[in-house]
Design a protein around this ligand. Structure first.
Ligand SMILES: C[S@@+](CC[C@H](N)C(=O)[O-])C[C@H]1O[C@@H](n2cnc3c(N)ncnc32)[C@H](O)[C@@H]1O
Length: 231
């Protein structure tokens, strides 16, 4: 199924109601810390236009919307309608934030060149049918000199880290997802990782996409990766 955009979208439609709870449980809440590191790289400023690609239920977009006040705007874009509905509900609790939610494809956003003063994509790049094309589209919609942060699982080289990741995915993620009837959907994580470019490959792809700077940093003992980009 990785590489099939319709199947991937259907998967995220189906897991949306359980997504946030499972995310917290499976990462012990640590995904918030990794997302904070993505925001720290971005250095959001008041008045900016920021983009959250593959925004899901919108947690990162909401954090960014606080940071671009006053005058800024955050656009959260996702292929699936169900997580976007949850994002919209969430943002209604903070009506003073300038947020827009849009259903669309990260490979063809429809945004004008240079629209964004910064962008994030958390756990999205791995899900795209063509990560290289995703990075090209990201570069196209960014203003030159601005920063983007792409957070995702890392594919460790180290044997111990690799073994730990396999155990984590097979013995914790899948069994926990099974308890809420989502075993198959979460087994997808390991298959999607198998075709995901390594950190150094992501740096090369980003450079080919036209980013002037691309650095992949590992987080969480090699389990996660943060691709720090300058357009
Ligand atoms: C693992 S979730 C990540 C959600 C959120 N960014 C987070 O960190 O919790 C991946 C999201 O990517 C979205 N997605 C997958 N393919 C996409 C595409 N081609 N364009 C836009 N969004 C896509 C899915 O619908 C899903 O909401």
């Amino acid at each position: 199924m990785p590489g099939d955009p319709t199947a991937v979208r259907d998967l995220f439609e189906s897991i949306a109601p359980a997504y946030d709870r499972l995310n917290d449980a499976l990462s012990l809440g640590l995904h918030r810390i990794w997302k904070r590191q993505a925001v720290a790289w971005l250095q959001p400023q008041p008045g900016q236009h920021l983009l959250d690609l593959c925004c899901g239920t919108g947690d990162l977009a909401l954090v960014l919307a606080e940071k671009v006040r006053p005058g800024g705007l955050v656009l959260g874009l996702d292929a699936a309608a169900a997580p976007l509905r949850l994002a919209e509900q969430r943002s209604q609790a903070s009506p003073w934030l300038r947020l827009r939610w849009s259903q669309g494809d990260a490979l063809a956003t429809g945004l004008e060149d240079g629209w964004a003063d910064g962008a994030v994509m958390a756990y999205g790049l791995r899900n795209l049918a063509d990560p290289a094309a995703g990075l090209k589209e990201l570069r196209r919609v960014m203003r030159s000199g601005c920063r983007a942060a792409v957070l995702d699982f890392n594919r460790p080289e180290d044997r111990f880290q690799k073994g730990f990741q396999r155990l984590y995915l097979r013995r914790l993620v899948v069994p926990l997802a099974r308890q809420v009837g989502l075993e198959e959907q979460y087994a997808y994580l390991e298959t999607s990782l198998a075709r995901f470019p390594s950190g150094p490959d992501q740096e090369h792809l980003a450079q080919s996409a036209g980013f002037s700077r691309a650095r992949h940093r590992t987080l969480a003992g090699g389990q996660m990766g943060l691709l720090q980009l300058v357009a």
